[in-house]
Structures are given as structure tokens and as C-alpha cells.
Design a protein around this ligand. Structure first.
Ligand code: FAD
Length: 326
């Protein structure tokens, strides 16, 4: 069995989403510099249901590649694409210089629900992992055969390791019958060639730690990065639980609702995420993947709280929620 590779020092990474309005884009740009300056291992960029954010996702990834040294990770999904479409998209990302992917089945697009037939030719993240490997191998061949016009192919052929991450669900995917089924799915994704896992958000450290123990016992050797989200208001907590199907953490909800200002709610959310991060880092040390909502303040406070941020970086307290970010 291959050994589990854990970095000496816990690393951290961030997730961004492609902005949909000019105002949201300005907000993202203002947060990008401080996020990059924090020195993440990578920054991932989500992909909208049904390819709705293809152009804007690629724009954020290209900006990261052009203006920073940070590894840019593209989320890709199976939703609504034919085999040929998915192949074209992977080629486009590889040729643009993206060599890290998070391969996902994808959320149902607007108007569809779980159980509807909203996927295309690919039916699971595991199949997408295999396709990314195949397209990468094709790009390597282009380079070996000196096919002109493929700037990234050289990098791929010279042994640059493509990262293919997949999702993991400490509390079970809403569609799965049991955590065992989720672990089997993760094992299948590992066998397909995934080399990193990132978890759905969770609110209790024990859920993550128990899942990692069960996954290891079943033979999962992938690094399993815990996904942590500072939730800065009761309204957002309800929305997140709705979207992800996670259990509502009633203690956190009550603590948020008790506060008499948005600023006080934000402090409660950051304190909760910091404690969660401290627990998972103490026990597992795989690192942290922080859901940012395209804002830097809260996630940097969490990192500062767990000692992963260079202390010379100037503090900027987490601001309360902006209405357009729920
Ligand atoms: P898979 O691994 O293919 O399977 C998901 C689960 O479904 C499995 O655990 C298994 O239990 C169950 N399952 C699979 N096949 C079957 C079957 N035939 N019968 C019964 N059960 C089955 N979505 C987006 O659209 N865009 C994003 O950018 C995005 N980013 C994400 C980032 C992270 C870190 C996470 C955790 C999720 C993200 N999602 C995103 C959501 C994700 O696409 C959904 O949760 C999706 O429903 C599952 O994706 P998967 O890759 O885990 O799917």
C-alpha cells in the first residue's frame, strides 16, 4: 500500500468563486492581493452548474497564473457536457497553463433536482478524473512529437505533476446511503488516479476526524484536506445548510442569533471556525482548505488564530456580511 504523504508543516489553501457582477469582481480583486500574500499552497476556483461560469472561472484562473506564483486549481464538473465537450474544456484549461483540477460530478443546474438526468456523458467524478489523465497524456504526446502551438505541453512532459483533487464528504453525500458508500466512492476516485481530496464543509471536528480514520482503515491514502468555512451570520448558516444538505449546527446557530450586531456575529463565526481549524490541525495536520466567499478578512483571521499566518502581515478584522454575498 502506498504511504500517506503529509507535508511537514500544515499548508492552507483558499476557494474562490467567479464573480457575476462588476461590483462582485471589484470585491474579489480587493481580496486577491491579501489572499495571495498569505502564501497559500493553491487557490481553487469554482465552476458554476451547467458550465454557467466557464468564461469567468477561466478568467480568474488566468489572472492567478499571470500575476502570481500561486498554483491555480480549476474546479470541473460532469454536468451537461458530452464527452467531446469535456475533453475540449480540459484541453483548453491545460493549454492555458492550469495543471491542478478539482474533478466533481457537479451540482444540479437551476431548475433541476437530485435524481433528474442533468449529467452528460460522464456520470461521476471518477470518470472525470480518468478523462483528465487521458487528456493530459495526449498533451504530453503533443510535446514529445513537437506539435507546435501547445505552450503548456512542455511543462507537462518535463514531469510537472498534474494535481487531480476530488471531493469527500465527512457527513456523507446527501445521495449516499451510508458513510461506507462515500468511502467506497472515495476509494474509486483514488483508483481512478486522484491524488488529493478536499472535504465538504463541516461544523464539528469529530465528524472530519472520524471520517479520516474510517477512510484510512478502508485503504484511502490520499491527503484529505478539511474544508473550513467561517460562517459570519445566522442567515448565511441557514443558506449554506440548505445548499449542502449538511446538518444544522444548532449551537452555532443559537450563538450567532444571540448577537446584537453583524460585527458580533462575524466574531462568533470566526471564533467557531478557528476552534474547528485548531482541532483538525492538532489531530490530522493535513492542512486547511478555507472557503473564502471571495473575502480575505475572516479566513486570514482564522489562519492567524491557528498560527499559520506570518505574524508580520497586518491584521484586518472580519467585516460583517455584505447583502450581495449570501
Ligand atoms: P461523485 O464522487 O461522483 O459522487 C458523489 C456521491 O454520490 C458519492 O459519494 C456517492 O455516495 C453518491 N453516488 C454517486 N453515484 C451514485 C449512484 N449511482 N447511486 C447512488 N449514489 C451515488 N459543485 C459544482 O457544481 N461546482 C463546483 O465548483 C463545486 N465545488 C465543490 C467543491 C468541494 C470541495 C465540494 C465538497 C463540493 C463541490 N461541489 C461543486 C458540489 C459537488 O459537485 C456535489 O456535491 C455533487 O453532488 C457531488 O460531487 P462528487 O464529485 O463528490 O460526485
Amino acid at each position: 500500500m502506498s504511504t500517506i504523504v503529509v507535508p511537514e508543516r500544515p499548508t492552507f489553501s483558499f476557494e474562490l468563486y467567479p464573480p457575476r457582477t462588476a461590483e462582485a469582481e471589484a470585491g474579489l480583486l480587493a481580496s486577491l492581493d491579501p489572499l495571495v500574500a498569505a502564501g497559500p499552497e493553491f487557490i481553487s476556483v469554482t465552476y458554476g452548474a451547467n458550465g454557467s461560469s466557464r468564461t469567468s472561472s477561466l478568467a480568474v484562473l488566468l489572472r492567478l497564473l499571470a500575476e502570481t506564483d500561486i498554483r491555480a486549481m480549476a474546479h470541473l464538473t460532469c454536468v451537461g457536457s458530452s464527452y467531446a465537450d469535456a475533453t475540449r474544456l480540459i484541453r483548453e484549461f491545460l493549454d492555458a497553463g492550469v495543471t491542478s483540477f478539482l474533478a466533481l460530478r457537479g451540482d444540479p443546474p437551476a431548475g433541476a433536482v437530485e435524481g433528474d438526468d442533468f449529467l452528460g456523458d460522464l456520470h461521476s467524478a471518477g470518470e472525470l478524473v480518468q478523462l483528465i489523465h487521458r487528456v493530459q497524456a495526449e498533451r504530453e504526446q503533443f510535446s514529445l512529437n513537437d506539435v507546435p502551438g501547445f505552450p503548456n505541453a512542455k511543462r507537462l512532459a518535463s514531469g510537472h505533476k498534474v494535481t487531480i483533487a476530488v471531493a469527500a464528504f465527512p457527513n456523507g453525500h446527501p445521495r449516499s446511503r451510508s458513510v461506507e458508500q462515500d468511502i467506497d466512492t472515495l476509494l474509486a476516485k483514488q483508483a481512478a488516479g486522484a491524488n488529493l481530496a478536499i472535504t465538504q464543509l463541516f461544523f464539528d471536528a469529530e465528524d472530519y476526524l472520524r471520517f479520516v480514520d474510517q477512510a484510512r482503515a478502508a485503504g484511502v491514502t490520499l491527503r484529505i484536506l478539511p474544508g473550513v468555512m467561517p460562517v459570519l451570520s445566522a442567515q448565511r448558516l441557514r443558506r449554506i445548510v440548505d445548499l449542502t444538505g449538511e446538518r444544522l449546527p444548532t449551537d452555532l446557530l443559537r450563538a450567532l442569533e444571540k448577537q446584537d450586531s453583524p460585527e458580533a456575529q462575524a466574531r462568533v463565526g470566526v471564533a467557531h471556525a478557528t476552534e474547528l481549524a485548531r482541532r483538525v490541525l492538532g489531530e490530522d495536520r493535513a492542512g486547511l482548505h478555507l472557503y473564502t466567499f471571495n473575502r480575505h478578512e475572516a479566513v486570514l483571521e482564522v489562519l492567524r488564530g491557528v498560527g499559520l499566518l506570518d505574524p508580520t502581515m497586518s491584521p484586518s478584522p472580519a467585516r460583517s456580511e455584505r447583502k450581495d454575498h449570501v
